[in-house]
Structure formats: C-alpha cells, structure tokens
Design a protein around this ligand. Sequence first.
Ligand SMILES: [Zn+2]
Length: 444
Amino acid sequence: MISTKRGIGVIVFIAFCVILGVLLGVLLPRRHLNDDTDSILDLPESSPWYNNQEIKIFRQYLRIPTVHPNINYEPCVEFLRKQAASLDLPFSVHYPRDRLNPVVVITWKGSQPELSSIMLNSHTDVVPVFENLWSHPPFSADIDENGKIFGRGSQDVKALGMIYLAAIRALKLDGIKQLNRTFHVTFVPDEEMGGNYGMSPFVTSNEFKALHVGYVLDEARVAESNKLSVTNDERCTWRIEFVFKGVTGHGSLLFENTTGQKLNYVVSKLMQRREIEVVKLKAANSDYTNVTTINLTVMKGGVQANVIPPELSVTFDVRLGVSADHDEFQKDIENWCEEAGGNVTVNYMIKDPKVPATRADDTNPVWVVLNNTCREFGLEIAPSTTIGATDARYLRALNISAFGFSPIINTPRLLHDHDEYVGANEYLLAIDVYKKVISNLGNI
Ligand SMILES: [Zn+2]
C-alpha cells in the first residue's frame, strides 16, 4: 500500500510539474526576438565592459540590418518600442509617406508643455556594405579587446540614437523625473536616400506640427580629436539629369546636331566649371563650405557602334556651396543647353532650395548650452557646414534651429566605409556629455 501511495504521489507530482510548465509557458511574456542573441552579446567577465547595459543595447541596435535597399524597418520599430517601454516613456509611430517607412517618436514630457520642445533626431537606415572588405561581419556588432564596436551604422548614425536614450535613462536614474521642456527622440527612415520617405514628408504632417518643435539636435560626423564640428548649415544638393535628343543616322556620315555633340558641349561646360571649383577648394584649404562640387555620375545611351543614337543622357551630382547664387547657376545650365543646339531636357531629380543657416552665436540658447557643456568636458567646438546633406535641412527650411552635434571624439571617420566602428569608452563619454546637454537644454 505504501509503495502504491508513493507511486501515485510521484505521478501526481509529475503531472503537476507538466501542468505548471505549460501554464508558465503560456502565461509568461514571450521573449523578444532580439533576446535570442543576448547570450552572443554577453562579454567575458574579464572585459572592462562586462555587463554594461548601454553597450549591450547599442550592440543590439547595430545587429538590426536596416540596410538599403528594400529595408524592413519593423524589427527596428519593435526594438525601439521595447526601449521606450524600458524607459517608461510614451512611444508613437507615424507613416508620413507609406507603410514601409515608419517614423518613431519617443517622448519625455516636460513640466512646461507650453514651451516649444526639443527634438533629438537620428536616422534608422544605413548604407550598403561590401562585406568582403570588413574584418568583422558588418551586422554582428563584434567588440574587440580594445573596445572597438564594429558595425554598419555605428558612426552613421545608430550610436547617436542610442546615446540620446542612454542619456535620458541616466538622468532618470539620478531621480530627475522631468525637465521644463519636452524632448522628442525621433528615429526616421530613408535619410541616406534623401529623406523623401522620411523627414521630408514628416515635417509637413500634422503629427510633426503637434510636436511643437523649437530646437533640433541631429547627426554630425564623429570627431578625430577633441575638437567638434557642430554643423549649422549645408550646401544644397542638385541632382540633374540631361537628356539630349538629336539627329540619328549612319555612323559613317557627318550630320549636324547629333546627341554626341550636344552632350560634349554641356559636359565640357560643367567640367570647366568644375576646374574653377577645384582651384577654389585648394585656396580654401579643403574647406568645402563655399565650394560647389560637380560630378558626372551616370551616362546612358547608344544602340549600336555604327548608329548615331537619337538619345543620350548624363546625370550630375552637384552640391552648391553656401555662397553660390542658385538662380545664376540655373541660368548657366539653361544657356549651355541652348548653345548646345537645343532639344535638351533638364530633369532636376533633387533641387534643394537655399535654407537659412542656424545661428551659432550667443543669441541662440542651444549654442550657448553646447559651448558651455563642451568646455566643461574639455572639448572645443566650432560651427561648420555639412559636406554632404542631412535631414536637418528640412527643419532649417521651417526656420527651426538645427545643429548637427556628435560628442564622439578621438575616432577616425569611417562613415559609409568598411570596418566602421565606435570605441566603447568614447561611446560612454558621449553619453555623459549628452546627459549634461539634455539636462541643460531642458531648462532653457
Ligand atoms: Zn547619417
């Protein structure tokens, strides 16, 4: 009897364990997809960054391959949703152009909502990789013994997005529940492609207007020393396609008004202008601010080697220096096309208008905060012009103060290059700087 009772007891116990197991499996929250990789992200106990949550979160973000083309942003949105939840901050996602291109907004409400807010912006997309040129896989977020965290987007610009959140987390851990001003940490898609599916439509949306943005901090390149370039202006991008139409016929004859002659004329004029700009650049010690860059990037046309083509086209990537006269440049283009013999169509694929620069002086309270905070950390800052283009131009066009500011120092510039990395210590220092910047900005 005793042994039978014991047998029943064992069976009941096993059944209880099975039911409990099933119930726990159903009731406990499902682990997030990214958690599966958490063990990979664990560093050895001997590592100086062992158990550092901020390093871990940054590496998780780097592992999400938001790489062009045809990006699936959904895992990225889910990751950001989880970050907002961990910070106990409201999260919203908007689709200003289409369902494939989400804009995420994480908000830290201020105690004086009537004051305009501060937007901390970064983009979620990254440029393609040539994987064979990387010494570490570009989406593994490997960290080496010196603390270099490798990953596409580590510099451009996933670090910044996580630095904003880490700085807010640090302030909250210090017991700061609220600053006077509201902060919106925004994560936008499509910056690398020009922002036509991201910031450009977002700034005209009602959702953006509701944010009541007064000041913006956005991406800037990392600094190679302790001297930071704070960008307050951009050159203007014009992407121009010229389509030449002309007389067609046998390749053995000398017709007038062929597409080849027209193309040659216009391309020569642009190349002559390019030479002038090369001289200007040398005279300006490689400072691109007032230099217009002109590059032939695409050529199309031709049918067969002995047939004069009825149509040829070329595309130029032009970035107009900040002092360039836009109207005059456009007039020159029109004249050259006319002089070439006409029947030339000019398609502006991108034609950024001139926008006002953000004031980098004592009249702008954000500049004052950046200047004072950086001095405290032994960093020097100077205003500069972005060489490429960033989403800040869409905000400056609305007369909103927008600086590009990245306090990641002592780092070689590897944006869009292979083996892009950010050092763990430089990353953590940048969080400290931003913590101070945010706490000071919150009370301007
Ligand atoms: Zn960028």
